[in-house]
Structure formats: structure tokens, C-alpha cells
Design a protein around this ligand. Structure first.
Ligand SMILES: Nc1nc2c(ncn2[C@@H]2O[C@H](COP(=O)(O)OP(=O)(O)OP(=O)(O)O)[C@@H](O)[C@H]2O)c(=O)[nH]1
Ligand SMILES: [Mg+2]
Length: 422
């Protein structure tokens, strides 16, 4: 079997069908939200979503993800579209698929099959600019591919009468001249992976040295869910020009800038956004990027308050921070996009319980301020609302941290090259 079938497909301007499950732990509303996000991811990758399928199941079917009937329904849809000369380019599943599932589904549907992970990887590959990001993405892609190759390989090995790995007689026929394409592919991938890992170790070393040379300054990192406005805020605070746009994962590489509020300089970094269902493996691949977060003295956790799921997004970010070992750091919550916040006003005689859609911005602000004390801010980076207030609050926190960490540092009397790239 040739390797190219397992290479994560680049989504070009093609049509896509989305598939998600409604399960015991994920109700219909949640599934629809997840599919909205998956659609946004697909559009970011350059695909146009033409149809969504959902199915109620206790859990994903281990052979085909959805049940047989649903798979037939999707197959019929693809067939009908083809008859009408509208080709379906790909089917994207909202959860990570196993090798077996991909193989079976592909066999039935006969179009390109992607899952949430391979789609995200595809976008990452598209976004990667620096050698560091490119190396990290390539490694993550191979990590995704390898188990999907390996299972097939074990399967072939068994066909050859093998008794497993480690020089058993079965492996013999698969080595040397009789070597299958697949094992060769696997070996090429493993070699390439160790090369990439070595490269990353080198990059890590360089980055660590760079960080050491930055001097005695407090380090602040902008963290948050993807598309919440981190880069927009970075551009405002550091007067820099970091790429910001209404797409997911606009930022992959960390940018660090020196920012001065009054006469207090500190370092501010803009980092890759987090997202739901991001495999830990993938997060691990971004170690060098995330070192900036791990080593920060203060996290500015940016939240898009206009997003209907902002509370779940906060949880996802906190969980991801814990996964990378950055939990428990001083943190300020920055609720952004207050200009775009909307709520559904309830009629006086409507006695159904109020849901979060019925909260006014003021009520939300009060609740969060009670929870976070003065560690939460409400701004609009785009409309420049409450920016002074935010700067003052950040200044106060950074100064406290600075005095704690560098008690004898006379930063107040130095001259700094404003907006200098670090
Ligand atoms: N309405 C509104 N939109 C905003 C605000 N701040 C940023 N945006 C928009 O939100 C989108 C995402 O902004 P970015 O700054 O790229 O977000 P990010 O968090 O850096 O996103 P990633 O790098 O993709 O994770 C852009 O279209 C911004 O113009 C705001 O205060 N209000
Ligand atoms: Mg960004």
C-alpha cells in the first residue's frame, strides 16, 4: 500500500460534508456547536461545507464511527450529488478516527476522509512560517500518521505468518528484498521523525539561550482560545503588527515584544490559540512554542465574551494550561469583544427559567468580578473600549511581580528602545 493515501490531505477549495455524534456525554446542542466550530475549521482550511450529518449513538462505532444505516445515508447523499454533477470533496468527522475506521469508511464512501485532528494539522501546516513551526507541524503530522500505518503493517505481518515484532520468524519475510512498501514507508517516517526531533532539540536550545538573554524583565503571555483577539490586543499593547484575522489559528509562531507602560518595561508574547478536542500529542509537539507560556510570570487569559460558548472555552484553556504544566500561574482574565456581546431579553410574562443567553453584559460582569476579584477586565480591543483601565490593571500586576522577582532592579531609570523586537 502506497504511503500517499495516508498523507494528510490538503484541503483546497472543495466541498465538505461534516459528521458528528450525539452521545450520552454530548447532547444535540453541544454537537451542533462542535460542528459549527468544525465548519469554521473547514472554511479556514479552504473548504466549503455543504451538508452536516449527525447520529445519536451511545458511543462511536469502532468500525465505521457512525452506524451502518447512517453510513449508507451519507453514501447515498454523495452519490446523489455526483449525479447532479456536484462532487463532494471530502467527509470530515468531528472526532479522531482510528486506522480501522478510516479504512472502512473510505472503502464505503470512496472520497477523502478527514477528522478533526488531521484538519487542524492541515491548517497548522498552512500557517507555519518559521523553521520552528514547520518542524513542529511536520513532526505532529507523522505522529498522527504512524499509528495509522502501523496497524496496517501489523496486519500484513500477520498475513505473512508472523509472530510479532522483535526478530520473530514472521518479520523475516518482510525485511530485505521482500520488504513491503509499507514497512519502508514506516522506516522512512521513523528516520524523518528522529531527524525532526533532533532539530527541535537544537531549536529549543537556541530559544532557551535567547530567553536567558532577555534580561531581568517580567514575562507576560497572552493565552486563550483561538480567534478571541490575542493578536489584536498584542498589536495594541506593543504597537506591533502581528497577523490577526477572523480565521482559526491565525497565529502559530510565538511573537515576543517589549512593552512599556509608563516607565515599566516588560515582555509580552502572543501565542498559538487552543481549541477543543486537541490531542495531547499535538500539544506536546508545540513544546518550543509553549515554553513561552510555561515560563511566563503572568498570563493574560483572553476570552471572547461574544462567543456563545465562552465559558467552555475558558475551561478548555485552563485544562490545556494544566496539561502543559502552566497551571497555577498568576492570571488575569481579559474578556474581549464586549462590543459584540448580545443577549436575549426575556418577556416579563415568560416564566421559563433564565438561561445564560438571557444575561445582560452587566450581570455577567458582576458575576465574574465577584469570582475573580480585580483580576478580570472587560474590553473591546477592536473598538478600543476600556483599554486604559486594562493597561492600568496590567501595570499594577506587572509592577508587583517585578518588585517581587527583582527587588534591586532599577528599571525606572533605564532607557528602553520602545517596541524593540526581542
Ligand atoms: N467585535 C470584535 N472583534 C474583535 C475584537 N478583537 C478582535 N476581534 C476580531 O476577532 C478576530 C480574531 O482576532 P485575532 O487577534 O486574530 O485573534 P487571536 O486570538 O490572535 O486568534 P488566533 O491567533 O487565530 O488564535 C479578528 O477578526 C479580529 O478583528 C473586539 O474587541 N471586538
Ligand atoms: Mg493570533
Amino acid at each position: 500500500m502506497a504511503m500517499k493515501e495516508f498523507v494528510i490531505s490538503e484541503a483546497q477549495v472543495e466541498t465538505a460534508v461534516l459528521v458528528g455524534l450525539i452521545t450520552k456525554t454530548q447532547d444535540e446542542r453541544k454537537t451542533n456547536e462542535y460542528l459549527d466550530e468544525l465548519a469554521f475549521l473547514a472554511e479556514t482550511a479552504g473548504a466549503e461545507v455543504v451538508k452536516r450529518f449527525t447520529q445519536k449513538l451511545d458511543q462511536a462505532n469502532s468500525v465505521t464511527y457512525v452506524g451502518k444505516g447512517k453510513l449508507d445515508e451519507i453514501k447515498q447523499y454523495i452519490h446523489d450529488e455526483e449525479e447532479a454533477e456536484r462532487e463532494v470533496g471530502m467527509v470530515i468527522f468531528d472526532d479522531e478516527l482510528s486506522a480501522k475506521q478510516i479504512r472502512n469508511i473510505e472503502g464505503e464512501l470512496k472520497v477523502k476522509i478527514l477528522d478533526r485532528t488531521s484538519l487542524i494539522l492541515d491548517i497548522f501546516a498552512m500557517r507555519a512560517q518559521t523553521a520552528n513551526a514547520k518542524t513542529q507541524v511536520e513532526l505532529a503530522q507523522y505522529k498522527y500518521m504512524l499509528p495509522r500505518l502501523q496497524r496496517l503493517w501489523t496486519h500484513l505481518e500477520r498475513q505473512g505468518g508472523g509472530s510479532g515484532a522483535g526478530g520473530g520468524k514472521g518479520s523475516v519475510g518482510l525485511r530485505g528484498p521482500g520488504e513491503t512498501q509499507l514497512e519502508m514507508d514506516r522506516r522512512i517516517i521513523l528516520n524523518r521523525m528522529s531527524l525532526l526531533k533532533e532539530r527541535l532539540v537544537e531549536i529549543d536550545k537556541q530559544k532557551a539561550t535567547q530567553r536567558k538573554n532577555r534580561g531581568r524583565l517580567i514575562r507576560v503571555a497572552l493565552v486563550g482560545y483561538t480567534n478571541v483577539g490575542k493578536s489584536t490586543l498584542m498589536n495594541l499593547l506593543a504597537k506591533s503588527e502581528v497577523f490577526a484575522e477572523n480565521k482559526l489559528f491565525a497565529t502559530l509562531d510565538t511573537t515576543v515584544r517589549k512593552v512599556i507602560i509608563d516607565n515599566l518595561p516588560f515582555l509580552l508574547s502572543d501565542t498559538v490559540g487552543f481549541i477543543r478536542k486537541l490531542p495531547t500529542d499535538l500539544v506536546d509537539s508545540f513544546k518550543s512554542t509553549l515554553d513561552e507560556v510555561r515560563e511566563a510570570d503572568l498570563l493574560l487569559h483572553v476570552v471572547d465574551i461574544s462567543h456563545p460558548d465562552f465559558e467552555e472555552q475558558i475551561e478548555v484553556v485552563n485544562k490545556t494550561l494544566a496539561d502543559i504544566g502552566a497551571a497555577g500561574k498568576p492570571m488575569m482574565l481579559v474578556f474581549n469583544k464586549i462590543d459584540a456581546y448580545t443577549y436575549v431579553q426575556k418577556d416579563e410574562d415568560d416564566l421559563t427559567p433564565r438561561t445564560k443567553e438571557n444575561w445582560t453584559l452587566e450581570e455577567l460582569m458582576r458575576t465574574w468580578m465577584a469570582k475573580m476579584e480585580d483580576n478580570c477586565l472587560f474590553i473591546s480591543a477592536r473598538e478600543r473600549i476600556n483599554l486604559e483601565e486594562m493597561k492600568n490593571a496590567v501595570y499594577k500586576r506587572v509592577k508587583e511581580l517585578h518588585v517581587q522577582k527583582y527587588p534591586y532592579n532599577d528599571f525606572l531609570y533605564q532607557n528602553y528602545d520602545e517596541n524593540g523586537e526581542v
